[in-house]
Design a protein around this ligand. Structure first.
Ligand SMILES: [Zn+2]
Length: 92
């Protein structure tokens, strides 16, 4: 496997989506090739960071839900005002 082939399957390899033979070839190349090994470690870092960010604590989820509910309330309140003609549209 050369660098081009390694680069082409690197993402799938890190996601564990390559077959066993390909995974072994990539692993061998990454061990031999400093440049690709470095690139793989960078990808892996990004991958890990994204995985951490994808697991919000329950408090954050709750705050987000409350924020969404308040936005919905504001939206409905705004619609009521418009129906009664008490609030001129912004920027008119
Ligand atoms: Zn390489």
């Amino acid at each position: 496997m050369n660098c081009l082939q390694a680069a082409r399957v690197l993402q799938s390899y890190l996601d564990g989506e390559t077959d066993e033979v390909t995974a072994r070839r990539v692993a061998v190349h990454l061990a031999d090739c400093r440049r690709c090994g470095l690139e793989a470690s960078v990808y892996r870092e990004i991958h890990n960071a994204l995985a951490r960010a994808a697991e919000p604590d329950s408090g954050a989820v709750e705050r987000l839900r409350a924020f969404g509910a308040s936005l919905l309330n504001d939206l409905q309140a705004g619609e009521d005002d418009a129906e009664h003609g008490t609030t001129p549209p912004a920027g008119a």
